[in-house]
Write a new protein. Sequence first.
Length: 256
Amino acid sequence: MSLLRLDGVTKCFGGLTAVNNFSTELAPGELCALIGPNGSGKTTIFNLITGIYTPTAGRITFNGTDITGKRPDIIASLGVARTFQNIRLFNGLDVLGNVLVGHHLRLRSDPFSAILRAPNYAREEKEMRQEAMELLGALSLDHLAHEDATSLPYGQQRKLEIARALATRPRLLLLDEPAAGMNPGESEELMRFILHILDAFDLTIFLIEHQMRVVMGICPRIIAIDHGETIAEGPPEAIQNNPRVIEAYLGVGEYA
């Protein structure tokens, strides 16, 4: 059974159709990339999966549950986490504090227990801090636990954002342009990092990325879209030689 399934998903904004009859499915443990030129609808698809947008038509199923139009917090609690094109760390919090924000999705204590510092909340908070440190250790970020998050080098900030998403204990992780702004060395390190978490955390990963060496280097399956529609799907070799993909990125004619 597929972990994620999109059936005929369409999203319109007024007279603009951003995503048109998009269908795909991801199997558990899969690493799949979604590519396309700017404005092709990639992030809109992620926003539909995570509940930021409600589809105009179609159905989205996660782990057998219909999540079409459900609130983002409900979808996150079911096991879907994401990162964003622009890094969104919490200013004023250290690395550990940012990861603890992710852990709060699984908090069982009620708000009154937290305000009153009740024993049950104190125990749970201690457990969360321990789990957060273990997560940072598994990602080789524990030595940065008390560093200001926004003062970290760019590549480390990207890793921290992924760590915060992993703190929610997802089954599906959506990565929106994780290599954006990275130099070749940072991109290589990110590729190894993604492959590590895919296996170590038993994840399914759906990846948007413009750096083709990252996509072609780690993703066994690639979906290419243009104007909100699928134009090609398959392994890297087939995608990079597909005429419709080349046309979408480079255009046609003597100036292409």
